[in-house]
Each structure stands twice: as C-alpha cells, then as structure tokens.
Design a protein around this ligand. Sequence first.
Ligand SMILES: Cc1cc2nc3c(=O)[nH]c(=O)nc-3n(C[C@H](O)[C@H](O)[C@H](O)COP(=O)(O)O)c2cc1C
Length: 383
Amino acid sequence: MPSLFEPYQLHDLTLPNRLVMGPMTRAKATPEGVPTPMMATHYAQRASAGLIITEGTWPERRGQGYFDIPGIATQEQQDAWASITDAVHAADGRIFLQMEHTGRVGHEVNSGGNQLCAPSNVPADFKIFTRESGLTQMTTDLHVLSTKEVWEVIDKYGKAAKRTKAAGFDGIELHGASGYLPHQFLSDTSNLRDDDFGGTPHKRTRFMIEVLKCLIDAWGDSHRIGVKISPGILYNGSVENEVEETYTALISQLNELDLAYVAFQTPESLRSLAGQDDDDIAGGEIWHRFPYEFIRENYNGTVIASGDLTKELAQNALDAGKADLFVFGRAYMSNPDLVERMQNDWPLTEVDMRRGYGGGEEGYNDYPTWQEQQAQQQQGPVG
Ligand SMILES: Cc1cc2nc3c(=O)[nH]c(=O)nc-3n(C[C@H](O)[C@H](O)[C@H](O)COP(=O)(O)O)c2cc1C
C-alpha cells in the first residue's frame, strides 16, 4: 500500500508526496487583480506540498466575483504571477493555477463595474462581500450570454491559459465547482438555455468540455489541465436536480480528454466553510451519494479528493483506492510545513478564520513551521 508520503507520478510531473494544497481565495491581490509579493512568500512557504493549486483566478474581469482576487488576463498580472511561480520553483515546489470565472455570482462593484454574465436570467439569491458595503445582495442584473458570446468567453479562457503557461505555471485547474460559471451551465436550475449549451444533461456539460478543450489547445498538453467539480453541492445558490445524469455524461467525456486529474469537493464540506450556515444555503436536497465512489467508478484517471480530510482519513481513502491525491485547505492556511508535520505526527496549528480574507501578512505569512515554533519556545518570551 502506498503511503501519503510516497511520490506520485502525475503523468510527466513527479509529485514528492500525495498532499495537495487546495485552492484558497485569500483576497490579497490589488484592486486591479495583480498578485502581490506576499503571495509569493505564502506559496513558497508551502512548496513541500506534492502540488499547490492557487486561489481562484479570473480569466476576464467580469468573472471576478470577489474583491482583491487575482486575474490572469493582463501582462501585469502575468508578470506578477511569474514572480510567484519562480519563488515556488526555487523552493522545489510545483504549482497549478486555478482558473475561476464566477459568472452570476458576485457584484458589479467587485468586477470593475462590468455587468455579470450568466447562462440564463436566473440570479443567485444570495449575499456577497463588497469592499464598499460589506455583505450585500448579489446582483440581479445579469447579462444572458448569446451563443456567440459563449464562444467568446471560452476564447477568454484560452487566452488566459496562454498567459498561465507563459507565467511559468506547471498546469491549470479549471474551477468547475462551487456554483461558478461552468457549474451554472451544468445545473438544470441555472441553465434554462435551448441552444447547444443547454436543454439536456449532455448539452449542459458542453460549456465545461469546450473550455477544457480550449485550455488543452492553448497549453498543448492535456496532462497539464485538471478540473474541479462538486456534484450536488449547495453553495453560492447552486441547486442541481439531475446530478447523476449530468455528471455521468460529464465524466464519460472527461475520460476522453485524458486530463491531468479530476478533483472534487464533497457536498458536506462547503457547509462548514466561510461562515455559511444552513439558512444561507439555497434550498434543495443535498446529494446523498458520496462522490468518492461515484467518481472512482466513472472516471479512469487521477482523482483528487477534498473536504474535511485528516491524515488518517486521507490514508484510509488511499488504502481503499478511493482517490489518489488529497487536498488540505484550512490546515494549509496555518501549517506551511503540513507535509513534515503530518509525516512526523507533529501537532497542527489551528487556523484563525477571522483572518481568512483580505488584509496583509498577518494571519497569512506568519504561521511558523514546527521547527520555528520549537526554536521560539526554547528562547522563551522576549523582555
Ligand atoms: C479561505 C478559503 C478559500 C477557498 N477558496 C477556494 C477557491 O478559490 N477555489 C476552490 O476551488 N476552493 C476554495 N476553497 C475550498 C478549498 O479548496 C477546500 O476544498 C476546502 O477548504 C475543503 O478542504 P478543508 O476541509 O481541508 O479545508 C476555499 C476554502 C477556504 C477555507
């Protein structure tokens, strides 16, 4: 049985272990979406992860649902990301960029005044943070994409993929989960279209598949493109009634694309995140079929699991053959040396979620490694 701490061959990329630093939005970019030097420090501190996946990063400005999150749509953003990939590679790490277009989720105030776009005129009845007004009702004024405009959005992903490669990343993860644009196309409640991008489970998968094909073309190697999905998740107003039909159709096509991996987030896990309590989550029944089995049964390639994992749960899932790689989210926020801590059974530092989003280096880059903690304790208090 392989251990979590043994290498994994992700096609031509050798991961030294099976722990993945999950994508985490932290709102540390400039208001124009340019990554900042503190982000280089943050990711480089975590370079011993088998693989780092960055926070969600927008391919076009109107796909920026949240404030101060980075983009990969301009030369300035590309150059700033290049400093980050350099820092991670200098620390012997590997890093994929997560590409996130939030579609109907967000507010014009966050997306540079651009009207948000969506598959259909179905606003997400939900609240979102803006810098100016705090927690604010999401926009109800949506631009419904025409068929031609859908292709234009797909093209934006392709252009952003070229920048991602030029910035020195090792690959791209398409964010197809959590109620954002590709997920809005998948869902029968947010996609009411009757063109080639809606109407049946198969047609609702088309947007995601075409985006993936475009990313693969732009990169020139399907083994460097992964996708994250969250079947049946209730998040950001996402509600799906035909989960099994839709995701069966999706995964059979993902098999043909010969991707780097499929990552998934368990339906339960997002409930505990970001302070969303049950009242905030749009109605609908949670999908009860646990995606571990579903995805393993249907998908032929590398599977990455995420959501409320511990070292023990991850190792058990690996032993049972349920997944190949394991995302740690919150544990990575507060433990830059998570691999070493788990490998040596050193205790983990609890994360302070009050410093989850925005702000500076405090609560971001000042979590010590275990060795640093030990050194501090031996020195004793100063003064
Ligand atoms: C602060 C924070 C920000 C997150 N941002 C993203 C994101 O940008 N993209 C994404 O796919 N998942 C995001 N997630 C979900 C994580 O990647 C991960 O799947 C989730 O936290 C479950 O793992 P955990 O239980 O180990 O924290 C975020 C989670 C947290 C805590």
